[in-house]
Design a protein around this ligand. Structure first.
Ligand SMILES: [Zn+2]
Length: 115
């Protein structure tokens, strides 16, 4: 007997954009800041330190040390796991080889079959 799958797992491509400043040094390093496709900074994804560095690159003390390269695109594969409903009614994410129901302790495989 198996679990009732209520949401199938998937692998999706997530595309992210960055504003990239290259340092004027031979080591090819730089600073990348998350932004939208239109180049608008995603402030909620930046730490206070990120914002300080961004300000330094854009307006201040780093401006003679870096050059704005432009926008970079980065794609990442993101896996979401299937979710099943246990015989007891609990919803379980099937993210491991063995997934134990926290409510009734039945164990399911990643494919949702009961052990
Ligand atoms: Zn259960």
């Amino acid at each position: 007997m198996g679990i009732k799958i209520i949401r199938h797992g998937s692998v999706d491509t997530v595309t992210r954009w960055f504003i990239y400043y290259k340092r004027k040094t031979p080591d090819n390093t730089g600073y990348a800041f998350p932004c939208t496709e239109d180049g608008e900074l995603l402030l909620d994804q930046m730490s206070t330190l990120d914002m300080m560095i961004y300000d330094a690159c854009e307006f201040g003390e780093y401006s003679d040390q870096v050059e704005l390269v432009g926008y970079l695109r980065d794609s990442e594969l993101v896996r979401t796991y299937a979710v099943g409903k246990c015989i007891c009614g609990e919803e379980i994410s099937l993210q491991s080889m063995k997934n134990k129901c926290p409510n009734c302790s039945v164990v399911y495989t990643q494919l949702g079959t009961q052990e």
